[in-house]
Design a protein around this ligand. Structure first.
Ligand code: HEM
Length: 555
């Protein structure tokens, strides 16, 4: 034990000395930001809740306007780039869309990596999840493949689009027969976090669709072993990577200590997470392999790969890429989808006028005779505007998803350092805030107004860039699937969403609060998410015809 303490103490001293030397070397012209304390930097300044709005205030407080862009009138006065640091890890915060476009799109070659997290790596997540995978060949092949599968899903009938339709229909049936399970505290616990109640519709749509389309695997409930493993693995990952979650985040070299070593609690936890991750990946894969061998596999992306492998053969790269992309679909897509579905329902209940207007548009096209399909999308601009406004009003990741740099860079005179990956360093991160509350572009940003996206003649305007999906080469690869899944059209076509009443008939106000959770850790990868807290509401079929339409679907 004393050897262990001595090793930790020497590593700590080496770390502090290293940091002081690096800090001395690095008196560069960083973008403005809060003045930090020696060694710990701004560790105490970083907000843990309300990050998006807080970073906007930082922008105003530290007056970090881009001089060049202001002078050339290219930037509005709230435009912003900020710098902060903690324990030597630099963080650049970008509050402005033009700057995000410049760095992530035009200089993508330098800005497309992800920060390295020793704990997430140990727990096995970075080997299968495209979202946290480092920028490189494996990510490139996986991403290319994911793009093909997910993009097709929204444009042509295939396994994925069929799964989306089935998922949506299942959700409608679920709502018809058990609307009270919308927020089911007992059974439908959050897929990724046992402490939070999840959204029934979100669950059906977000988990069942990728599982079914990727593997032909029907995850019927959250007690499904694959979902349980995914849930438990994700929870441990979150714990380990959260602030104070593990010494490994402070001293990455500790990752080399074997799990059996006395006191190596985090290593043991990471080992458990790795086993759960392996289960999560292997359960649906083994299921599909068995079905293919028996000759009764349902059409799915993985079944197709295995059948081709047995007949015409597939390259090793293709197989590896595909097998790593398949679990990504439910790991990366379900939480975000749940989050935005929750926001959509909340906004519909709180804005009955918007709901009625959308239903009038839907009825004018469908006439209550059928459920909407893909082909109806272009004919319903107002419904489309609701979709855009939901993701503008409350993007699921309030500060985006961190990118990391692979080279030093200078932007408008400000120094942006290359992320360091030596053994005692961590990757530096660049956060962008989803710039969806820029008052100059979206006046009265907290108001929910789908009309922002509508031209005076009723058509959609050209503001179709959904910033909630991110930027550059790491932009959400599932955005087409998300747009097909999250779109509110089917629910509004058949249900009225209203405030619930208590037994005495008094209206129950809807709870507008959000859970905010995530890893506000500058010592490791930094994620942040928010999810709607549950609220009571009434979900009733709009008419007998609507009820029958839902009953008739084959889900
Ligand atoms: C409303 C729903 C969703 C939102 C708001 C969302 C948002 C995001 C964001 C912000 C990123 C990071 C972008 C960046 O780094 O700049 C991302 C990445 C990603 N998303 Fe989504 N997402 C959603 C749904 C989905 C779905 C349904 C899937 C899969 C079917 C998916 C798969 C992915 C993957 C694989 C990545 C990682 C891409 C990479 O790092 O190369 N997402 N998403």
């Amino acid at each position: 034990m004393s050897t262990f303490i001595t090793s930790v103490a020497s590593l700590l001293v080496a770390y502090i000395v290293g940091k002081l030397m690096v800090a001395r070397r690095e008196r560069r012209n960083f973008p403005p930001g809060p003045k930090g304390l020696p060694l710990i930097g701004n560790a105490l300044d970083f907000p843990t809740v309300n990050l998006g709005p807080e970073y906007v205030q930082w922008g105003q407080r530290y007056n970090s306007l881009s001089k060049y862009l202001v002078l050339t009138a290219k930037l509005n006065p709230t435009g912003d780039i900020l710098h902060a640091s903690a324990f030597g890890t630099h963080v650049i915060i970008i509050n402005n869309r033009q700057i995000a476009d410049e760095l992530f799109e035009r200089r993508a070659v330098k800005y497309s990596d992800r920060p390295y997290s020793p704990t997430i790596d140990l727990a096995g997540m970075s080997s299968y999840n495209l979202g946290v995978m480092r920028y490189g060949e494996k990510w490139r092949i996986g991403r290319k493949f994911a793009l093909q599968v997910f993009r097709q899903a929204s444009t042509s009938p295939n396994n994925f689009s069929a799964a989306i339709i089935t998922g949506v229909h299942q959700a409608l049936k679920g709502l018809l027969h058990s609307p009270e399970r919308l927020w089911d505290h007992n059974k439908i616990v959050c897929v990724f976090d046992n402490r939070l109640p999840a959204l029934f519709v979100g669950f059906r749509l977000s988990i069942s669709i990728p599982m079914s389309s990727m593997y032909g695997y029907d995850a019927k409930s959250v007690s499904d072993p694959c979902i349980t493993a995914a849930d438990a693995s994700f929870t441990i990952n979150m714990e380990l990577a959260s602030p104070g979650g593990s010494f490994i985040n402070i001293l990455p070299a500790l990752r080399f200590i074997p799990p059996w070593f006395p006191g190596a609690f985090s290593r043991r936890k990471a080992e458990t997470a790795r086993k759960l991750t392996d289960e999560m990946v292997s359960i649906p894969l083994e299921f599909t392999k068995a079905r293919v061998a028996q000759g009764d596999a349902r059409p799915s992306v993985v079944a197709d790969l295995l059948e081709r492998k047995n007949t015409v053969g597939v390259s090793e790269e293709e197989e590896a890429a595909l097998l790593s992309v398949a679990p990504t679909a439910y790991a990366a897509g379900s939480d975000t989808t749940q989050s935005s579905t929750g926001t959509f329902l909340y906004l519909m209940v709180s804005n009955p006028d918007v709901q009625r207007k959308a239903q009038a548009e839907i009825d004018s096209i469908l006439g209550s005779k059928r459920l909407p399909g893909y082909e109806d999308r272009p004919s319903m601009p107002y419904v489309e505007a609701i979709y855009r406004e939901v993701l503008r009003w409350r993007p699921p990741g309030s500060i985006g998803f961190p990118h990391s740099t692979t080279e030093d860079d200078v932007y408008d005179g400000y120094f942006i350092p290359k992320a360091k990956l030596q053994w005692i360093e961590r990757a530096d991160s660049i956060f962008y805030r989803a710039m969806t509350h820029d008052e100059t572009k979206y006046p009265d940003p907290m108001a929910f107004k789908p009309e922002r996206f509508i031209n005076p003649d009723g058509s959609l305007n050209d503001d179709d860039r959904i910033m909630a999906f991110g930027f550059g080469r790491r932009v959400c690869v599932g955005k087409h699937v998300a747009s097909a899944t999250v779109r509110p059209i089917s629910i509004l076509a058949v249900f009225n969403l209203e405030k619930a009443r208590d037994q005495s008939g008094t209206v129950i106000e809807v709870n507008g609060e959000y859970y905010e959770f995530g890893l506000i850790s500058l010592l490791s990868i930094t994620l942040h998410d928010s999810r709607k807290k549950p609220f009571k509401c009434s979900i009733l079929p709009r008419s007998e015809a609507a009820r029958q339409l839902v009953e008739q679907v084959s889900a």
